[in-house]
Design a protein around this ligand. Structure first.
Ligand code: ZN
Length: 134
């Protein structure tokens, strides 16, 4: 039988541990785990869902979408262009042509063909576009 004193001691001990955990949770300014994982943008060719930081398995695309159970996830490339050729700050992600995806796509926004390692504007150009609200 535990004495009353031991019971109180255990309760206080548990409380201290709980408080310490709470304080640790709030005080730890460590980096977000999701930002540590690299990943790369990927798109589901059927649902159109974008996975901004998809951790691709070590196998050839298309990859399994665990939500749908289908192998419909492909690497995606950002397209930073507007139909008139100007640059926008928020890219449209497109499954590039020539990666085995038979339904080769052009960018739905600007109509350009998007390829693997799609040419990107400079960060300055993107910054200007952002300032100008594009
Ligand atoms: Zn585009």
């Amino acid at each position: 039988m535990m004495s009353q004193r031991v019971k109180v001691g255990v309760a206080v001990g548990a409380l201290v541990v709980a408080l310490a955990l709470i304080i640790y949770q709030f005080s730890s300014q460590g980096p977000d785990i999701s930002s540590l994982a690299s990943g790369a943008p990927a798109l589901d060719s059927e649902t159109g869902e974008l996975f901004p930081r998809f951790m691709a398995p070590r196998e050839v695309a298309p990859w399994l979408n665990t939500d749908t159970g289908k192998r419909t996830i492909w690497p995606a490339e950002p397209c930073y262009y507007l139909p008139d050729g100007r640059i926008k700050s928020k890219p449209t992600y497109v499954i590039p042509s020539g990666i085995g995806f038979t339904d080769a796509k052009v960018c739905p926004d600007c109509g350009r063909k998007v390829v693997s390692r799609n040419p990107r504007p400079t960060s300055q150009e993107i910054e200007i576009a952002k300032k100008e609200g594009r």
